[in-house]
Design a binder for this molecule. Structure first.
Ligand SMILES: NC(=O)c1ccc[n+]([C@@H]2O[C@H](COP(=O)([O-])OP(=O)(O)OC[C@H]3O[C@@H](n4cnc5c(N)ncnc54)[C@H](O)[C@@H]3O)[C@@H](O)[C@H]2O)c1
Length: 439
């Protein structure tokens, strides 16, 4: 039964363009997955939008449709991907170099993957110090770079006949910067683009171009892109949704599963040491202290917000949290994350938990890209603009309104996401109260 009017959502007609600055491991694993699905060569494991269901009404009603049947999402087969990279490799060559998927699978997808060639990138060495590539735009100003990106987008749209687009940053992690004077208002930012302000990063130039064209933007990396006043102003002005940042795929995913559980049982924390070995290009970029700093910030913030030491000083006021990433080439994309967690229980007695996650970075990230693209497009069609907090589920450092703290607990994030979908369709929100079954 509907509790309010459902939200007006424009239909998902036509093709949906996916614009990816960065065509490395994550992007090519995502594209190969789409092509594999079309051919029945693989399933979208890890994708909530494709495999998830949503309970509606009371448990006695037995209504649990698939999410993709409940809200009008674009079909995965309607996606057309186009991207930019500083390297000239097409998506097939880049996927082979990334070494995530087996060549036997990639060879079956060679034709569609080879057809996707990267557009020339907006690049600035001072933001990604470890990479050097030839496929870069030559512009006199940052504003001219933004205009060139807009031209690329227009041409992509025309060539592929897409009716809508979403931009999702899958490029390298940029060096840590905080919002400066140029990021305060849209006017300051546009003036900074004209004047080549050194504080404006390439990721912000792509985002500016997207928002200016009314295209939703999601940020899969940890650096600051739209999470500053100037681009949020532009998003509101253009009525476009934005979300970020940093895909919550491996170690932080584990952390935000375990920490709410410890807190739920009022178990204390003395220390949490997290380290990773990673040998892909992302690991190489993160070997630079400036890029690592961006990652360290998003990877570190989740515990603080989940554990709420101000509410539970006996349990969480004095824990030591350390996060490391070590570049170790032999491991490639098959990252290994270790967590040593020192906890304490009744009367302060110590205990330990060890987690050793032998994961695959891009295998975990690709379904998040798919979900974000589909949900950002849905948000746009539902007239939702600005920060999409309901998509916090996908991010290590979720964007949020200034007056509230970010929600990191993955179970609350999932409830927030599903309740937002129920709200969109005018269904009762699920409170899990359940008293009505026992009256
Ligand atoms: N599980 C995961 O894989 C995961 C999780 C969270 C976040 N991320 C982030 O997602 C991003 C992509 O990860 P990846 O493993 O695919 O990395 P990758 O190094 O394989 O790919 C990134 C690509 O971006 C390109 N690039 C860099 N600057 C660019 C620019 N200005 N314009 C266009 N292209 C540019 C690089 O040349 C590279 O090919 C990284 O920032 C990473 O930190 C990944």
């Amino acid at each position: 039964m509907a509790n309010h009017e459902s939200v007006q959502i424009a239909p998902a007609e036509g093709k949906l363009g996916v614009l990816t600055p960065g065509m490395g491991a994550v992007t090519t694993t995502f594209i190969a997955g789409l092509e594999a699905m079309k051919r029945g060569l693989g399933k979208p494991i890890g994708s909530l939008s494709q495999l998830g269901t949503i309970r509606l009404g009371k448990r006695t009603e037995g209504r649990s449709p698939a999410i993709k049947d409940f809200v009008p999402l674009a079909g995965a087969e309607d996606l057309v991907v186009g991207g930019w990279d500083i390297f000239e490799d097409n998506a097939y060559e880049a996927a082979v170099k990334a070494g995530v998927l087996e060549t036997a699978l990639l060879d079956q997808l060679k034709a569609p993957l080879s057809a996707i060639r990267p557009m020339k990138a907006v690049f600035d060495q001072s933001f990604v110090t470890r990479l050097h590539g030839p496929n870069v735009k030559n512009a006199k100003s940052k504003m001219e770079s933004a205009e060139m990106v807009m031209d690329d987008i227009r041409q992509f749209k025309e060539k592929n006949g897409v009716s809508r687009m979403v931009m999702i940053w899958c490029g390298s992690t940029e060096v840590f910067h905080q919002a400066s004077a140029v990021h305060q208002t849209l006017k300051d930012f546009e003036c900074g683009l004209q004047k080549n302000d050194p504080e404006i990063s390439p990721s912000q130039i792509y985002a500016y171009a997207a928002l200016k064209m009314g295209i939703p933007h999601a940020n899969g990396a940890p650096h600051m892109t739209t999470d500053m006043p100037a681009l949020l102003e532009l998003a509101r002005q253009m009525n476009v949704p934005v979300s970020g940042k940093d895909y919550k795929s491996g170690q932080t995913f584990m952390k935000t599963l375990v920490a709410p559980g410890l807190k739920s049982r009022m178990l204390g924390l003395r220390g949490w040491f997290s380290t990773n070995i990673l040998g892909n290009r992302d690991g190489e970029v993160l070997d630079d202290p400036g890029s690592f700093r961006s990652k360290e910030v998003t990877k570190s913030s989740s515990l603080e917000y989940i554990l709420q030491k101000n509410l539970y000083p006996d349990l969480y006021s004095a824990y030591y949290h350390k996060v490391r990433i070590e570049y170790y080439p032999p491991r490639g994309d098959a990252k290994e994350g270790w967590d040593n967690i020192d906890i304490f229980g009744w009367l302060g007695y110590p205990m330990q938990i060890k987690i050793n996650f032998l994961c695959r970075d891009s295998i975990l990230a690709a379904p998040l890209v798919l979900d974000l693209v589909l949900f950002m497009d849905l948000a746009q069609r539902a007239g939702m603009r600005g920060v999409q907090e309901w998509l916090s589920f996908y991010f290590k450092g979720p964007m949020h309104a200034p007056e509230v703290y970010p929600e990191h607990d993955i179970f609350i994030q999932l409830m927030k996401l599903k309740n937002t979908l129920r709200w969109m369709r005018g269904e009762d929100l699920i409170t899990h109260l359940g008293l009505e079954y026992y009256d």
